[in-house]
Design a protein around this ligand. Structure first.
Ligand SMILES: NC(=O)c1ccc[n+]([C@@H]2O[C@H](COP(=O)([O-])OP(=O)(O)OC[C@H]3O[C@@H](n4cnc5c(N)ncnc54)[C@H](O)[C@@H]3O)[C@@H](O)[C@H]2O)c1
Length: 259
């Protein structure tokens, strides 16, 4: 067995009530981390915090600066410091053609994705830079790497999260704080299930276009987050790591099996 060295590490997980954040919190709990959990869905968050015996839980919206500062203050008062941030809070695509997009919906997706990531990372780094140690993981997406029609808020904002992660790594690495992004492919979470149910994406087409022939599991993202939070990734900074079953590697047209 590999020991990631996360026992007793104080880790804040945003978006902890569902999907990738929930599975990340569960894995970190199994690894012995002291968890501070944040989400805007407070009833669901309460249940998760109870299940995982989190040291603190706090409801809030990552687009609000005071909520981001409050979640870090909660970590400080409950755990005395902050060693890691897994920033998983996010919203899905507003799938619409550019000429038809509702600009308020566009703005909300950009705000949750980019402003929320910046505010959460900055709040955590205030403490980590003082400590001169810490590791932060942000969530980009394969949609932030390749171009897609009808994804005019989500994809560009995810590309910006990757660039933000690079820039912050350039500023913070020398001071003991690492920051990296993960670009998940298509992961079986409630977010993706809602898109499937609404007919916005076709699960079979996505699986066929994925070299591994299937969607990913939230645990497969959680494991990479745990690795990036741990000292096993001690010389990795500023990367966006695709975790996508080979989806970005494939440059052909149509299902992989037909090539
Ligand atoms: N599932 C995928 O296939 C996939 C692919 C690429 C990237 N991602 C990214 O991974 C992250 C997690 O996605 P998921 O699939 O687990 O989604 P999810 O909908 O299952 O979970 C997202 C969680 O974030 C919370 N949240 C949303 N907006 C918030 C806000 N403003 N403040 C606080 N909490 C908020 C929600 O309440 C929810 O609990 C997102 O950033 C998403 O864009 C997911």
């Amino acid at each position: 067995m590999t020991d990631l060295g996360l026992v007793g590490k104080r880790v804040l997980v945003t978006g902890a009530a569902s999907g990738i954040g929930l599975e990340t919190a569960r894995l970190l709990a199994r690894e012995g981390a002291a968890l501070v959990l944040m989400d805007r869905d407070e009833p669901a968050l309460d249940a998760v915090a109870g299940e995982l015996r989190a040291v603190a839980r706090i409801g809030g919206d990552v687009t609000r600066e005071d909520d981001c500062e409050a979640m870090v203050a909660a970590a400080l008062s409950a755990a005395g410091g902050l060693d890691g941030l897994a920033h998983c809070a996010g919203v899905s695509d507003h799938v619409a053609r550019a000429l038809e997009i509702d600009i308020d919906q566009w703005q909300r997706i950009v705000d949750v994705t980019l402003r929320g990531s910046f505010l959460a990372c900055r709040a955590a780094a205030r403490v980590m830079l003082e400590q001169k140690s810490g590791s932060i993981v942000t969530m980009s997406s394969v949609r932030g790497v390749i171009g897609s029609p009808r994804r005019h808020a989500y994809g560009p904002a995810k590309a910006a999260v990757s660039m933000m992660t690079k820039n912050l790594a350039c500023e913070w690495s020398l001071h003991g704080v690492r920051i990296n992004a993960i670009a998940p492919g298509f992961i079986r979470t409630p977010m993706v299930q809602r898109l499937v149910d609404d007919g916005k994406i076709d699960e079979r087409i996505l699986a066929d276009r994925t070299p591994m022939g299937r969607l990913g599991l939230p645990l497969e993202i959680a494991r990479v987050s745990a690795f990036l939070l741990s000292d096993w990734s001690s010389y990795i900074a500023g990367v966006t790591l695709p975790v996508d079953g080979g989806w970005l590697a494939y440059g052909g047209a149509g299902p992989v099996a037909t090539h």
